[in-house]
Structure formats: structure tokens, C-alpha cells
Design a protein around this ligand. Structure first.
Ligand code: MV4
Length: 600
């Protein structure tokens, strides 16, 4: 075993890995950015190194600084956690080139799986089914239309270098193809610098089922059962469970063997997860992609298999081999994990970082809480807003579900809103109770209108302070209003709640245009003047109207990307667009003027 391992991450996952190191007698070295000088993960470690300023690019995403810290600390290996550099093949290579061990798969496997088209090719070669679709990048809209003509609509346009929902567009009819390909390409180029896209038949109500794999350096490859992560919103998973409910044992077994074949095909080592879409029939499954890292939801697998995945990762990386064989792997009972984010589910899951004034962690039999925060902790807005993961085990799914409801009842988080009210609703939702939910349920099928609003300090209950309040912006004291607007979403008429400042034509127009409404989008859009404002901090990815162009209210003017998704900013009035000296690629603050629309 290593004598010292550097953990190139922060928050709950850094602490998770540090705990495993301690249990194995390994010195755990933390790294931290300036904003994290007092963070719990720094105190949890045996040693800690400052690697740079707060922005991730200058610290947690900076390969040289991390490798430099590992050298200085005398660490022999680097565990990347999830997110940040965990699936960066160049980083993995740089770690190896520096004479250190990367606790993860070979860089070549990360690279193969980072390109979804090459991942499909690997699955093909391994005899594992993929969704019917194109095998190479689409060269033109005409080619895409020809494919869709042959296979039928709807089709999914996917960026080969997309991920997490970025660069995924659903096309219902030929007229929408050109714009969808353009949007998928822009998102992928913006995020990953490569825009190649391919097409797949779009499955309407799939479930997301994934297989946990472990592979040894000597070629031993095993799977540790499955997880269902279908309960998600905008590609952010909310609830995960193991095993996936309601799957016939032959299907489970076939999926496990498929995952092993994919891993073997590319000489995979260490922990990885093969993602599958399970069609509505509960039988037909298709390989989607492989995540070449430890995942957020790994604890549910640990609770049903009794295997410590981080211990195994460290053993594999050290060349000590796994302590389990396939024959040792059985699952017992049921585990559920919920992600507690500093977001307000009653306001469109608006991220609301702030200071955690109180934290009461649920305990009792079969309850686990993985967190990187504590009472008095200020959640830095620079990083993701995960407060912790609440994980429970029960002898069967119903017991686990009721135990989760009980544990959520014990949980107290003061100072910031959390996703807990959503989880309370989810645990008793008939669809979740019966396991008939799918990846589209939260967005398209569930009624979240009864969720209680967070009582912001100084609020009167009917209104709430603006998100990100306390950042000293001119909008920090704005009062939000709520009203219901009828929109068509995915062809379905729906009532949605729009939050805005006073009557906000731009908010409503923007929402109608994109078919999506969040409090965030609406919040900033209000203006009676000529200004078209950014509803959120983001990067300009396209101007849809040129300076001098005449537009009508509701027409698309600017495409912003933020929180991994495109947001369409529409004209709030009729008039002529005037530029303000901004260009594609510019990063704008929330509320920034993107253009003006003047009369005539
Ligand atoms: C799909 C799909 C339906 N049909 N592909 C979303 C992100 C990426 N991992 C793949 N995704 C999907 N691909 C076809 N052909 C539906 C999704 C999808 C999804 C998948 C897994 C978990 C959550 C999801 C939420 C929405 C859409």
C-alpha cells in the first residue's frame, strides 16, 4: 500500500477518500484553494497544501499545481475524486509522467470514453448494444434529416464530446434539426472545444441504470450490481438507489456482463461505471457511456454489497489487488441516497449559497451522512452547492424509503434552502413509491407547486429575498413576485410558476421562447428600459440578432451558457437591436446589459 496519497478534490468526496486512506494506514494529503483555507476537508487530512486562488481553473483544475503539491508532500499517488480533473486524460498522463500513480483507469481508457462516438465503437466491438444511431459524426443537416427520415422522429442529437446533458438536443420534426445541431455544437465547443455530433433514436421514457465495475491490473474485472439514477432534473441527479427496482434477474445479469465486456475491451482498471438506458419494457437496454471515476452515488453500492469502493480503488492502484472476487459479490437489501444541495426546490431549484447556521445530522440505524460542511460554514459560490449526501439502508425498498423519510425528518439545515423538501415529497410520491418514475418524471410529470418556500431571513413568507443575496449587487434587495404562466413544454400545455421582479415581459417572453422557466431566468430580466439583461452569470455563446436588426418582443437575441445549459435571452420589446461591445465568448455577470433595443 502507498504510504501517502494526495486527494485532488474538496468537500465531501475529499473527506470520503481521506477516511479510506486513514483506515488503510495511508497519510492523506489535502489540497485547497484560498476560499477553502478553513474547509473541513483541510482539517480532516494529515497535511494540506494551498494550490492557488479560488477559481477552479487556478487551483482544483490546475494540473501543475496539484502535481507540484504531491511532489512537495512526498505523496506516491493522486486520487482525483469526482468532477474537477477526475476524467481528464491529460491530467492522468501528467500524473504518471511525474512518476506518481493515478488512482483511476489508464489515460487511454479515459480518452476513449471521453469521446462518446469512440465509446459507442468500444461497446460495438464488445458486442454490447448501443442505441440505434450514427457511427460517425454527422456531416450536414441533410445527412441528419436522411437518418431521421429512415429511423423516425424523435431523434437525439448528441455531441461526441458532450456530457452531463451538454450538447444533447431532442428533435421532434425536420424543421428543428438545423438549430438543434447548431446548439449542440455550440454547447460542446464552448465546454470541450470540439463540436462533432451524432444521432440516436430518442427513447421517450427510459430509466437510467448503471453498473459499478472494478478491475484489477491483472485483468480481473467484476461488477458490483446496479444503481438506478432516474430521478433527476436537468441532468442533475437527485436520488439514487441500489439495486435498480423492478428488473428481472436475467436483465440485471446481462447488463452486468455487458459492462464487464466494455471494461475488458479497453483494458480498464480501477473503478468505473457503465451507464445504460433501460427502455420502458424493462428488458431492452443500451450502453450509453462509461464514467471513468468514482461516482457521487457510489455509497448505495457500498451499502448493499458491503464493499468499500475507495479501499478497493487504492488497493488496485497500489498493485495489491482486490479483496473480493465476483463470487463474493451478493447484494443485500436496498439503499437510497439523496443529494442535499443548497438550492431552493420551490423556486426552480435556484442555487442559493450562503452560510449554514445550523446543521443537525440524522443518525440512527443504517443511516449514513457524507458531508464536507459543518455549522458556521459559508458555502463558497465558486464551487458546486452539494451540502451532503444522506444515504440509508433497509431490508427492502419500502423500508429504505420510509427510513429516508424518517432521516429527512431529523435533518435540520439552517441558513440556506436545501433540496430536502423535494426529497420529502419524492419519498412519498406514488411514482417513486411504485418505482414507475423515469428520467423525465421530475421535469414533466411531477407537481412541485406545493413545495414549501424557504423562509429567507427578513422575508415575510409571501416573498423571498433574491438568490445570491448578500453579494452586494443592485438587485440584492429586490423582492421577487410569483405568478403562474401557461407555457407549452415538450408539446404539453403546462402551468408554471414564474418568479420575477414586478411585471416582467422579458421574463415571460424568455420563458415562452425556450419552454423553460426558472426563477433565475425571470429574476433578472425585468427592465422597462431598452436594456436586454443577462438573467444569470454566464458565457455568451451566440448573438441571434445583429446590431441594427429589427426584432419583436419574444424574439431570441442572445444565447448564454451557464450551469452547463444554454439559456435563451429574448427581446423584451419591439425595436432595433444595438450592440454594447460584447462578443461571443465574453463572460457576463448576472444583470449585465447584453444589448439594447431602441425604438425604430
Ligand atoms: C438519451 C435519452 C433518450 N434517448 N439518448 C442524457 C445525458 C446523457 N448521459 C444521455 N442522456 C440521454 N440520452 C437517447 N437515445 C435520454 C437521455 C436523458 C437522460 C439519461 C440519463 C439520465 C438522465 C437523463 C435525463 C434526460 C435525458
Amino acid at each position: 500500500m502507498f504510504s501517502s496519497v494526495l486527494v485532488a478534490n474538496r468537500g465531501e468526496i475529499a473527506i470520503r477518500v481521506i477516511r479510506a486512506c486513514k483506515e488503510l494506514g495511508v497519510t492523506a494529503v489535502a489540497v485547497y484553494a484560498e476560499a477553502d483555507a478553513d474547509a473541513p476537508h483541510v482539517r480532516a487530512a494529515d497535511a494540506a497544501y494551498l494550490i492557488g486562488p479560488t477559481p477552479p481553473a487556478a487551483s482544483y483544475l490546475h494540473p501543475e499545481r496539484i502535481i507540484g503539491a504531491a511532489r512537495e508532500a512526498g505523496a506516491e499517488a493522486i486520487h482525483p475524486g469526482y468532477g474537477f480533473l477526475s476524467e481528464n486524460a491529460d491530467f492522468a498522463r501528467a500524473v504518471v509522467d511525474a512518476g506518481l500513480v493515478f488512482v483511476g483507469p489508464p489515460p487511454s481508457a479515459i480518452q476513449q470514453m471521453g469521446d462518446k462516438l469512440s465509446a459507442r465503437a468500444v461497446a460495438d466491438a464488445a458486442g454490447v448494444p448501443v442505441v440505434p444511431g450514427t457511427r460517425s459524426p454527422v456531416g450536414s443537416t441533410d445527412e441528419a434529416l436522411a437518418f431521421s427520415e429512415q429511423h423516425g422522429y424523435p431523434v437525439a442529437v448528441k455531441a461526441a464530446f458532450g456530457g452531463g446533458g451538454r450538447g444533447l438536443k431532442v428533435v421532434q420534426k425536420p424543421e428543428a434539426m438545423e438549430e438543434a445541431i447548431g446548439a449542440a455544437q455550440r454547447e460542446a465547443v464552448g465546454a470541450f472545444g470540439r463540436g462533432e455530433c451524432y444521432l440516436e433514436r430518442y427513447l421517450a421514457r427510459p430509466r437510467h441504470v448503471e453498473i459499478q465495475v472494478l478491475a484489477d491490473a491483472d485483468g480481473t474485472t467484476i461488477y458490483l450490481g446496479d444503481r438506478d439514477c432516474s430521478l433527476q432534473r436537468r441532468h442533475q441527479k437527485l436520488v439514487e438507489e441500489a439495486p435498480a427496482p423492478g428488473i428481472a434477474s436475467e436483465v440485471r445479469e446481462a447488463m452486468g456482463q455487458a459492462a464487464i465486456r466494455v471494461a475488458r475491451e479497453m483494458g480498464y482498471t480501477n473503478a468505473g461505471t457503465c451507464e445504460f438506458l433501460l427502455d420502458e419494457d424493462g428488458q431492452t437496454f443500451y450502453f450509453l457511456e462509461m464514467n471513468t471515476r468514482l461516482q457521487v452515488e457510489h455509497p448505495v453500492t457500498e451499502l448493499v454489497t458491503g464493499v468499500d469502493l475507495v479501499h478497493q480503488q487504492l488497493r488496485i492502484a497500489a498493485g495489491d489487488g482486490m479483496t473480493v472476487t465476483q463470487d463474493d459479490i451478493t447484494t443485500s437489501g436496498h439503499a437510497i441516497e439523496v443529494r442535499l444541495n443548497a438550492e431552493e426546490p420551490a423556486a426552480g431549484f435556484m442555487p442559493s449559497p450562503g452560510t449554514i447556521t445550523e446543521l443537525r445530522i440524522p443518525t440512527g440505524p443504517w443511516v449514513r451522512f457524507d458531508t464536507g460542511v459543518e455549522a458556521g460554514y459559508q458555502i463558497p459560490p465558486a464551487y458546486d452547492s452539494l451540502i451532503g449526501k444522506l444515504i440509508v439502508w433497509g431490508a427492502d425498498r419500502d423500508l429504505a424509503r420510509l427510513r429516508m423519510a424518517r432521516a429527512l425528518d431529523e435533518l435540520v439545515v439552517g441558513g440556506v434552502p436545501t433540496t430536502a423538501p423535494f426529497h420529502e415529497l419524492a419519498m412519498t410520491h406514488p411514482q417513486f413509491a411504485e418505482a414507475t418514475h423515469c428520467t423525465a418524471s421530475v421535469e414533466r410529470e411531477w407537481d412541485l407547486s406545493e413545495l414549501p418556500e424557504h423562509q429567507h431571513p427578513g422575508g415575510d413568507g409571501a416573498t423571498t429575498s433574491t438568490p445570491g443575496g448578500g453579494h452586494g449587487t443592485e438587485h440584492a434587495t429586490a423582492v421577487r413576485t410569483k405568478r403562474d404562466v401557461r407555457l407549452t413544454i415538450g408539446g404539453q400545455p403546462r402551468w408554471v410558476s414564474v418568479y420575477g421582479t414586478a411585471d416582467s415581459p422579458a421574463a415571460v417572453a424568455g420563458a415562452a421562447r425556450t419552454g423553460e422557466t426558472t426563477a433565475r431566468e425571470a429574476d433578472r430580466a425585468a427592465t422597462d428600459g431598452p436594456e436586454v439583461r443577462a438573467p444569470m452569470q454566464g458565457t455568451i455563446v451566440a448573438y441571434a440578432a445583429e446590431p441594427g436588426e429589427a426584432v419583436t418582443a419574444g424574439q431570441l437575441v442572445v444565447v448564454l451558457e451557464a450551469m452547463k445549459m444554454e439559456t435563451h435571452v429574448a427581446a423584451h420589446r419591439d425595436g432595433t437591436v444595438q450592440g454594447v461591445g460584447l462578443a461571443v465568448g465574453d463572460v457576463v455577470e448576472r444583470g449585465a446589459v447584453l444589448a439594447t433595443i431602441t425604438d425604430g
